[in-house]
Design a protein around this ligand. Structure first.
Ligand code: ATP
Ligand code: MG
Length: 573
């Protein structure tokens, strides 16, 4: 990797912030970060960015990164999502560490902290720092007002603690319907930051939780729960996306209250005060990333599932053949900033190509086959080809060759254009690694479609060079018809036709679905590919990078997904 570039992106402001705290002894000797996904969907490339920042910073300072499922919002959460999130993070190359809450090291469920959260809320009520409020949501918004003008106090703002405690316990015990009462922190109705105007910290939700069932019918709000989770776990540095910046004073307020209540973790004699900082989210053009919209694509059947190779999800990218290393490299190159920007998926694809060019085995596959009959060729011969010209250790393979081979239709033109150097009537072309052939004619069906191309081979050209030294410019790939294997190949393109599918609002994005985002073809591939392992990646020579589909590929009947084409014009800045 280019060292100057690395120093630009990795010495970002978050790193400096952590470095200073750590040096000043504020971490108690261990930098602790966390990645806190909500188990209500699969993680996508944006989450992968946060994963790289959270786990990457912990690693850099020899600390811990916790995986915390932020399961404080009972609707829409499930174990299926939870398991897949874990799987995807491990696949990206990261492992959580730290004490954990009893299930496994480094792993936490926010819902395991509900008892403590509830206790903290009661303590706030007793200290006159929180009160129960029965304004309707509309009234509550109206009372809260606008930043330019102080808001109005709720009529319940000065209720005495005993009555508040009684109502809060009744809320907990299920006496009220959703929305009838809520618990609010008593902070400042005149603050220019409206998140500080007595925010709601607990609400009533009569919904079963995927782990705790009906134990609770009140649930903590994110702004209350998150700092508590961080503090209880001894997290030192809590990194999140920019939209939470305005919530930071509230985060600090909750941490201060926990400090008053004696609940902060002490590590090596140092009281750990978690701190929040924000960085710009990753935005990518030509796709959507909100979990709600991704879920809609899945449930309405616009894609084949969360792991459809066109999805920006980690499992979709894996099935597409992207590598964890390329995804991490992409996140690194995008860098950590405080300014929102849009990234081009072409950069990610470039990172994928860079890696696969170094590592993927070369194979021949003909995606749009037409038969080439070599009329004067006798018997069978083997061609020995390198598995990867950039890596001698990858070795070579033998590819059988005989008088009938498949070639790609696009490598033949009956009436060749200018600068077309491949096969055409009376012209010569080299069959990769084998020999030089000259076209002698074509067979056509009743509609005039070419059904076979006829040729003869130059018997002095075995290996690919003419014995008289004449130059043959074009080289094309081929697959022996007698031994080639039929394979389904899925050619993926962008899921949307415009860079910003949300340009007309999130209810309009479906009209920009690309009708040609998936094309399935029947190809012929060289025999070595019959035995490939699901998930194995290849470069199909002259065509692109492909992966054996992890679900549908079977021994003898491989299915390949196009990961990326071989080249596009893209060069990173
Ligand atoms: P979405 O908005 O896509 O539905 P979310 O933010 O609700 O996602 P969470 O599960 O709450 O999803 O996110 C877990 C972590 O991932 C959070 O810390 C969040 O800030 C971070 N994250 C989510 N999307 C992005 C993104 N596009 N870029 C960087 N970080 C992100
Ligand atoms: Mg969220």
């Amino acid at each position: 990797m280019d060292a100057s570039r690395e120093s630009d992106t990795s010495r970002h402001f978050l790193r400096q912030w952590i470095e200073e705290d750590h040096a000043a002894g504020r971490t108690g000797g261990t930098v602790v970060t966390r990645f806190p996904p909500e188990p209500n969907g699969y993680i996508h490339i944006g989450h992968a960015k946060a994963v790289c920042v959270d786990f990457g910073m912990a690693k850099l300072f020899g600390g811990e990164c916790h995986l915390r499922l932020d399961d404080t919002n009972p609707a829409k959460e499930s174990d299926e999502y939870a398991e897949n999130i874990k799987n995807d993070i491990r696949w990206l190359g990261w492992q959580w560490s730290g004490a954990g809450d009893g299930v496994e090291p480094g792993f936490y469920n926010a819902s395991n902290m509900f008892d403590t959260m509830y206790q903290i809320a009661e303590n706030l009520i007793k200290a006159g720092q929180a009160y129960c409020c029965n304004l309707t949501q509309d009234e509550w918004k109206e009372y809260r007002g606008v930043p330019e003008k102080p808001g109005r106090p709720s009529p319940s703002r000065d209720t005495d603690p005993e009555r508040n405690l009684r109502i809060f316990r009744e809320m907990r015990d299920g006496k009220y319907a959703d929305g009838e009462w809520c618990l609010r922190a008593k902070i400042d109705m005149a603050s220019p930051n409206i998140h500080f105007r007595d925010p709601v910290i607990y609400r009533i939700r009569h919904v079963s939780h995927y782990h705790l069932g009906d134990k609770w019918c009140i649930y903590p709000m994110y702004d209350f729960a998150h700092p508590i989770e961080d503090a209880l776990e001894g997290v030192t540095h809590s990194m999140c996306t920019l939209e939470f910046e305005v919530h930071r004073p509230l985060y600090d307020w909750v941490v201060d209250r926990m400090d008053e209540q004696g609940l902060l973790v002490v590590r090596n004699g140092v009281k750990i005060r978690p701190q929040q900082r924000e960085f710009a989210r990753l935005n990518i053009t030509w796709t959507v990333m909100s979990k709600r919209l991704l879920l809609q694509l899945v449930t309405e059947g616009h894609v084949a599932g969360w792991d459809d190779p066109r999805m920006p999800t980690v499992c979709g990218m894996r099935r597409r053949g992207f590598t964890p290393g390329a995804i991490r490299e992409f996140c690194d190159r995008v860098g950590v900033t405080k300014v929102e920007s849009e990234s081009d998926p072409a950069l990610l694809e470039w990172c994928v190509r860079e890696e696969l060019n170094r590592t993927a085995l070369r194979r021949m596959a003909v995606l749009d086959p037409v038969k080439l009959l070599i009329e004067n060729f006798e018997g069978t011969r083997d061609v020995e080809l390198p598995n990867n010209p950039l890596d001698e250790a990858a070795g070579t393979r033998k590819v059988p060759f005989s008088k009938e081979v498949w070639i790609d239709r696009a490598d033949f033109m009956e009436v060749p254009e200018k600068k077309f150097f491949r096969l055409a009537p009376d012209r010569e072309v080299r069959l990769r690694g084998a020999c030089i052939v000259k076209c002698t004619g074509v067979d056509k069906d009743a509609d005039g479609k070419i059904t076979a191309i006829r040729c003869t081979w130059d018997e002095g050209s075995w290996g690919g060079n003419a014995s008289d030294g004449r130059k043959v410019k074009g080289t094309i790939h081929w697959v022996d018809a007698a031994t080639g294997v039929k394979a389904e190949v899925r050619l993926y393109d962008r899921l949307f036709t415009v860079p910003d599918p949300l340009q007309d609002g999130s209810d309009q994005f479906l009209k920009y679905l690309n009708p040609d985002s998936l094309k399935t073809v029947t190809a012929y591939v060289e025999p070595a590919l019959a035995a490939c392992a699901p998930g194995e990646r290849f470069q199909f020579e002259r065509t692109g990078y492909f992966v054996a589909d992890a679900k549908d590929s079977a021994p003898g009947a491989p299915v390949f997904n196009r990961t990326v084409t071989l080249k596009d014009g893209y060069k990173p800045a």
